[in-house]
Design a protein around this ligand. Sequence first.
Ligand code: DX5
Ligand code: ZN
Length: 219
Amino acid sequence: MLPLIAPSILSADFAALGDAVRRLDEAGADMIHIDVMDGHFVPNLTFGPGMVRALRPHSALPFDVHLMIEPVAPYLEAFAEAGADTIHVHAEAGPHLHSSLQKIKALGKKAGVAINPATSPDVVGEVRELCDVVLVMSVNPGFGGQVFLDSQLRKIERLRAIVDEAGTGALIEIDGGVTPDNADRIVAAGATALVAGSAVFAGGPSAYAANIQALRAHA
Ligand code: DX5
Ligand code: ZN
């Protein structure tokens, strides 16, 4: 099965994000990955629910919102109302992952568990009934353009077994340093969705479609 491709707008021109989202939609993306950063949980700042609301009219594609913020619970409703379709919360962002996932589901959205490179995939097993997506960080979160951590391939294989055993059909989405050169190994390990920022935006808008296709084709 071909993986879903979720371009990350962290690599887009922040002065033209509406245009970027429209172009990604036209270029054949499956989802739009929106990286929310608070300068506390990660050493970078991006945008909040207002940006999701502003971008919503520019594409009907699912908005795959990655919350790299702490605390996260106070903001879930705002992102849901702004137009997020999937909301990823980090297992490391406080003690109440289970209740945050419950809240996302209660808001009618898909719930994602994001796990950093040092976090065990076993955490997913404890929230399997609430987890629609596992977002595996294959870089340390905060910035685009980093190099894929090969150590995470083993984790993807372990997650594949956990998700298959749970029988939930949860997506295994990989985020960070994904390129056409490593996409096949990532999918072979068990991934079903690929986030890519720099690999999609390289070469400018005229290259988006080819870059997205290159990620799918090599997988
Ligand atoms: C990093 C973000 C990623 C990043 C991916 O903290 O969560 O989504 O934007 O960018 P690339 O594909 O360039 O590593
Ligand atoms: Zn991300």
